[in-house]
Design a protein around this ligand. Structure first.
Ligand code: SF4
Ligand code: SF4
Length: 302
């Protein structure tokens, strides 16, 4: 298990490319280089993170299922006794993809499914119909029974702000774990939107809870403050060239003062308000699961 909180959880961006056009996603504003993680970068970065005992999640502002090596790499991490999850969108699923995903044995699969109301869903995710998304999600859930933990992640926007209870009930009836998170501005990058209005904008918080227990690595192995940095301006190091302990130390030094990055000054990400974790990082997988279950985004006031 990691010796430092900052590497307890690591989001690994296999790619920052995506064919979907979700309304709550500002990926059009990405100015850093777009591309796909190479085998060399994956081998080096994953070896360091597995050694460290980080929980790796394939996610970011791109579609991990579009990476040709995604299943091979999930299986590789699991074979080496690492822990890996993946965040996916139903638009990228079809039966063969779902089957291969389950066979690669990720520890967890999070399916982004913004709303259970057809009209709202199709407004937020215009590249797939609600019926198709539901069918593909159910197929994946059926395949995954007893093989991987599946969770459905909804999103509360200005057009479905009262949906939480109904959302959880809908999925719980199908025996699927589900919750909703609050739509936020992705570091001020979600603009001109009729589904979201800026909240407190983080101006009253100089710290970031997420930064304390979570690290983000791009497809080029750059470590950025988080995935809301669409320009690459917050670079803290590179996990091919730097060791985990060097990056952890830089992050710890950053945390001694208020967050220095301009993107943080426009950020209303709910998890930035999460209080500093107390004591040493989780010593076992069980402790880590307990820690993440204790984080309820709903309880973080904005
Ligand atoms: S939210 Fe995910 S699936 Fe949707 S456009 Fe953004 S990266 Fe693609
Ligand atoms: S404050 Fe927001 S933009 Fe800054 S690191 Fe935290 S989540 Fe990212």
């Amino acid at each position: 298990m990691p010796s430092d909180w900052t590497f307890v959880s690591v989001d690994m961006e296999l790619t920052n490319q995506c064919g979907s056009e979700c309304l709550m996603c500002p990926r059009d504003a990405i100015t850093r280089q777009e591309g796909m993680m190479s085998e060399d970068v994956f081998n080096t970065v994953s070896a360091k993170l597995i050694r460290e005992g980080s929980l790796i999640t394939f996610s970011g502002m791109g579609d991990p299922l579009s990476h040709p090596k995604v299943f091979e790499w999930i299986a590789d991490i699991r074979k080496k006794n690492g822990d890996v999850g993946i965040v996916i969108n139903p638009a990228s699923l079809h039966e063969r993809i779902s089957q291969r995903l389950i066979e690669s044995r990720p520890n967890s699969i999070t399916i982004s499914f913004p709303s259970i109301h057809k009209e709202i869903f199709e407004k937020l995710c215009p590249t797939i119909t609600f019926e198709d998304a539901l069918k593909r999600t159910q197929e994946l859930v059926d395949l995954s029974r007893e093989n991987a933990g599946v969770r459905i992640a909804g999103i509360k926007t200005d057009i479905n702000s009262d949906e939480s209870e109904q959302f959880a009930g809908f999925w719980n009836e199908l025996d699927i774990r589900a919750d909703m998170t609050i739509c936020h501005g992705r570091g001020g990058n979600l603009k001109d939107s009729d589904i979201y209005g800026p909240k407190a904008f983080g101006l009253d918080s100089e710290m970031c809870g997420l930064f304390q227990f979570h690290t983000f690595v791009t497809w080029e192995a750059d470590v950025l403050a988080c995935c809301h940095d669409l320009t690459g301006a917050t670079s803290i190091g590179n996990l091919v060239n730097d060791t985990v302990s060097v990056i952890a130390e830089r992050k710890q030094n950053t945390l001694k003062d208020s967050m220095p990055f301009p993107v943080c000054r426009q950020c209303d990400e709910p998890l930035r308000y999460y209080p500093s974790p107390q004591g040493p990082p989780p010593k076992s997988r069980k402790e880590r699961i307990r820690f993440f279950r204790s984080i309820s985004r709903e309880k973080i006031s904005l």
